[in-house]
Design a protein around this ligand. Structure first.
Ligand SMILES: Nc1ccn([C@@H]2O[C@H](COP(=O)(O)OP(=O)(O)OP(=O)(O)O)[C@@H](O)[C@H]2O)c(=O)n1
Ligand SMILES: C[C@](O)(CO)[C@H](O)COP(=O)(O)O
Length: 227
């Protein structure tokens, strides 16, 4: 059985619109509704957990679950950091979950192909993330903004979600991380920390995370192109 944890319990502080960015509408539909539907209308996925803020439960049930007729979606509640939210979602998955995908609620442009490829590769390789090669030259700077390094661009990828794992490996990585008070900025970091290899697979430059207001107009354009 394949399950997905969709994390949507952030605050959207960089969006600066005073609401959880996941409830902002793009072309008349909420961002989180697009994201859930990518997994809901997908035969490769049998179990869906959406992690939300406790105080947004009523709104989420009425304005997303009921409005878009979504059945058998499980709800878990988020924590302080993204990592806490993912862990709460992981614990709500069906006990016979073999492959788990972790996906940001704020990445509505994930495709069926990316989901399929992630599951196939995770079965072979235990742990995989999607990403894209960076197009810009990346500089490392110090606190004074002096450039201190220019890493070789051919080794650099920007990492997206889904990040996909054999369930047992991811659960163990999360348990160890909390034991050691280790916090990462993505799921793969926790798996790397306990010594597993994580494979990168090429995703799409359109699989953006809606983070700032600029991303809303980019997102509307991607939607038009996808229709
Ligand atoms: N405690 C948290 C923090 C983040 N997320 C989710 O993780 C994803 C990626 O996080 P990010 O883009 O940083 O979202 P926010 O935390 O909402 O945004 P910001 O950092 O601008 O406040 C989002 O779908 C967000 O809802 C979550 O479920 N729980
Ligand atoms: C997991 C992630 O989507 C990879 O890019 C990202 O790290 C989560 O969001 P944040 O912006 O780093 O909080």
């Amino acid at each position: 059985m394949n399950g997905v944890v969709i994390v949507a319990a952030g605050s959207g502080s960089r969006m600066k619109m005073g609401i959880n960015k996941q409830f902002i509408k793009l072309n008349n539909k909420e961002i989180i509704a697009y994201t859930i539907e990518k997994f809901y209308k997908n035969d490769d996925i049998q179990d869906i957990v959406v992690v939300i803020k406790k105080e947004e439960e009523e709104f989420f049930k009425k304005e997303i679950i009921e409005k878009y007729n979504l059945h058998n979606i499980k709800i878990a509640f988020g924590g302080k950091e993204r990592q806490d939210s993912v862990y709460n979602g992981l614990k709500s998955l069906n006990k016979d979950c073999e492959i788990v995908l972790i996906h940001d609620g704020a990445r509505p442009f994930v495709t069926k192909e990316i989901i399929r490829k992630s599951i196939d590769e995770a079965k072979e390789n235990n742990a995989v993330v999607v990403g894209v090669p960076v197009k810009d030259t990346i500089k490392v700077v110090n606190e004074n903004k002096d450039i201190i390094d220019t890493p070789n661009r051919s080794t650099l990828w920007a990492v997206h979600t889904p990040q996909t794992f054999k369930y047992d490996i991811l659960l163990k990585s999360y348990e160890d991380a909390f034991k050691n008070n280790f916090y990462g900025t993505d799921d793969a970091m926790l798996v790397e920390e306990i010594g597993y290899k994580v494979k990168m697979i090429e995703g799409s430059y359109n699989n953006i995370k809606i983070t700032t207001q600029e991303d809303l107009s980019i997102g509307s354009q991607i939607l038009k192109d996808q229709i």
